[in-house]
Design a binder for this molecule. Sequence first.
Ligand code: DER
Length: 235
Amino acid sequence: LTQDDLKKIAAYKAVEYVESGMVLGLGTGSTAKHAVERIGELLRQGKLKDIVGIPTSKKTHEQALSLGIPLSDLDSHPVVDLAIDGADEVDPFLNLVKGRGGSLLREKMVEGACKKFIVIVDESKLVNYLGGSRLAMPVEVIQFCWKFTASRLQNLFHQSGCVAKLRTFPDTADPFVTDNGNFVVDLYFDRSIGDLKAASDSILQLPGVVEHGMFLDMATTVIVAGELGLTLKNK
Ligand code: DER
């Protein structure tokens, strides 16, 4: 089984929890893409009816439009029945890192408005503690004086050997710009950041910060697809 096969297996399992009439948060990324695809298929087959999708990115908005999934937004639907989305890291307490695809702000808005939030991952995303993969912990920041904000973020986590880097496109070195017109500063840690809630609060207190990619205590179910099969972890 390829990694994409595993992503698809997890995604299809999550869509089994979708009921007709639901307002659905539609996630972003290579795993969530399979879930959106499946929802479109079931709508076409008449097996699902009266679904309203709330996309978490322009990319997912386009994909859902192409599949004929009726779309709306949080202004019209401030309460969402169920969201299905991927994650970059999942710790044993179902805390997540998200946003390596750059959609963390809209994802956190939609998934924070949900009654249920199902996370779909292949087993490679499981970590012992967030930041443990030594991969990016995304922070969305305003463009104005981003260097100032990046250096304050780096200093915040000096004890954890943090390095803050502006996210740029690999070929042009131009800064990545989110759907909301902001930049992303990625934080890389050498060691555990310790108390996640304290870390979250201290990041959000910086005025140039819009949002970060730690989704704490938000997932209600995590579906993990591995070589040996599916595992469901409930909060
Ligand atoms: O960027 C994001 O938040 C994505 O949802 C990410 O967390 C998972 O992307 P993937 O399914 O392509 O690994």
